[in-house]
Design a protein around this ligand. Structure first.
Ligand code: UN1
Length: 505
């Protein structure tokens, strides 16, 4: 059991982020830590009227911020990265308390924030447009990128801060104010991040008021952002179910959307794979963060020639993995977020069992009492890809299947709704390149000899099909936060028309 009540640790952590005012014993919103199931804070919730006012304020901020030169906007993000470095331990602990992650995973999430800020600072001097050859003499044609408008960011419990920062750091250098609706399960991390950003804003000096705001409360706040024509871009992370609601609503008002939804990520282990490396990569990919990453490995196809070598070794790793309180022990696997996650996991295991699956693990572990949900991760040997294997269950379940033919396994790999992340374990050049080719993995992320999770910020993050199609973070994801104008300038004394059209008056 914890040596100190989690609510006390929370108050200390929040205190060092200068947001103790947010902890309000009379408030309406209850924050529970999955580590113990204990209430660690109660908060005042925002209402829809607050959301509407925040949208107005953010649009006022946009009028000024869009005129600030991009490298100067980058200076704010540089200061934010400095403040994040100073507050890394407190923020990492807050992530652990609210999402149940191990200290190294909590700190890793804050590191992603620091990394994307550094990336965005460099980007603030590289928001390039093209100069394009024009067909008309004495003309010049170019593309210009302008700030887009207010960006609404909706985030999920499992990564309570990094996805916000992937969006916010880019949006801020691109000239866009941000409005953040965090998960109801992790509002404290959001308030702490906002407090840290406010320190950077104070040091920056002349940022407009309302440049970054947080809305704490229920789904009606997200709906207010989604429905408002004054929110130019909605970037939403969450379930495919949520995306099916958000996507059409934003499209109906011709708004822009970045959707980062569910995945059903798979690995393929080929005969030539480095088995020890594959084992370690699969163990982290499938059991890390208690299976609660959108990039978690959920399906594994193992070639029949190595199945009897790899799968018993994996079962051993599953049996011996440490499950426990992430703040008080060195456990690799922490709690599930809540009772509903546990029930969803048990229902999926029951279904797999009825379809002829052999379930290893998956049982509840008696850690921290009745109100916390710790489980032994489950490995399920399945005769075929059916039932629960075809969908994402947000819990540590790895469905393992045997394959014999490479072309067939590629088909099976892609034959699910999700299209986020994928891995192949092989030292065979042909298999590797085929997996990465047009007829290979159809996911937004396709890896070789590493697991499905733990992407770096430098690449574009997101995926296809039911994953929603959006891209966040690195590469050229910044373009989604700006609007593109094509400018054609006539510096001649003639007026030639394009396509040779004649219109003499
Ligand atoms: C998520 O689970 O929503 O690739 C994000 C990863 C992390 C991000 C996960 N960098 O696992």
């Amino acid at each position: 059991m914890l040596t100190k009540p989690l609510s006390a640790i929370t108050a200390e952590t929040m205190g060092s982020c200068n947001v103790t005012a947010a902890l309000n014993v009379d408030g309406g919103m209850v924050v529970v830590s999955p580590i113990t199931g204990e209430i660690v804070a109660t908060l005042d919730e925002h209402g829809v009227a607050d959301a509407d006012a925040a949208i107005v304020k953010a649009n006022e901020a946009f009028r000024g911020w869009r005129l600030v030169p991009a490298p100067r906007r980058g200076e704010l993000v540089r200061l934010f990265a400095e403040e994040l470095r100073k507050s890394k331990d407190e923020l990492g602990r807050m992530v652990s308390i609210e999402a149940g992650k191990s200290p190294s995973e909590g700190l890793g999430e804050v590191q992603e924030m620091i990394d994307i800020c550094d990336f965005a600072v460099g980007l603030s001097r590289q928001l390039y447009g093209l100069t394009i050859a024009t067909e008309r003499p004495g003309h010049r044609m170019m593309e210009t990128w302008h700030p887009l408008g207010v960006v609404g960011i909706i985030t999920a419990f499992n990564f309570p801060c990094a996805p916000w920062c992937w969006n916010a750091a880019l949006a801020l250098v691109c000239g866009d104010p941000v409005l953040w609706k965090p998960s109801e399960k992790t509002p404290l991390t959001a308030l702490a991040c906002q407090a840290v950003l406010e320190r950077a804003i104070a040091r920056f000096g002349d940022a407009p008021e309302g440049l970054s705001q947080v809305l704490v409360g229920g789904p009606e706040l997200g709906a207010a952002l989604v429905d408002s024509p004054k929110v130019a871009l909605i970037s939403a992370t969450g379930s495919t179910r949520m995306g099916r609601i958000v996507g059409p609503k934003v499209a109906a008002r011709f708004g822009k959307c970045i959707l980062e939804l569910g995945g059903n990520n798979a690995g393929i282990v080929c005969p030539s794979a480095d088995m020890d490396m594959a084992l370690r990569a699969i163990a982290f990919g499938a059991m890390g963060t208690a299976g609660q990453r959108c990039t978690t490995m959920r399906r594994l196809f193992v070639h029949e020639s190595v199945y009897d070598q790899l799968v018993p070794a994996l079962c051993k790793a599953y049996a011996s993995v440490t499950v426990g309180n992430p703040l008080e022990t060195q456990a690799l696997v922490g709690p599930l977020i809540d009772a509903a996650a546990f029930e969803g996991m048990q229902a999926a295991l029951k279904e797999a069992d009825a379809l002829g699956g052999t379930v290893h693990g998956g049982q509840r572990e008696p850690v921290e009492g009745e109100k916390a949900y710790y489980v032994k991760p489950a490995l399920v040997e399945m005769p075929e890809q059916a039932g629960p294997v075809l969908r994402e269950t947000f819990a540590p379940i790895l469905y393992v299947m045997k394959y014999s033919d490479f072309d067939e396994v590629l088909e099976l790999h892609n034959d699910v709704g999700g299209g986020l992340s994928s891995s192949i374990f092989t030292t065979d050049l042909r298999e590797m390149e085929t997996f990465l080719s047009a007829r290979g993995s159809d996911c937004g992320i396709a890896n070789v000899n590493i697991g499905t999770s733990g992407a770096e910020i430098g690449g574009a993050f997101g995926g296809e099909k039911e994953t929603g199609g959006g891209r966040e973070s690195g590469s050229d994801a910044w373009r989604a936060y700006m609007r593109r104008a094509t400018n054609t300038i006539n510096y001649s004394s003639e007026l030639p028309l394009a396509q040779g059209v004649v219109f003499d008056i």
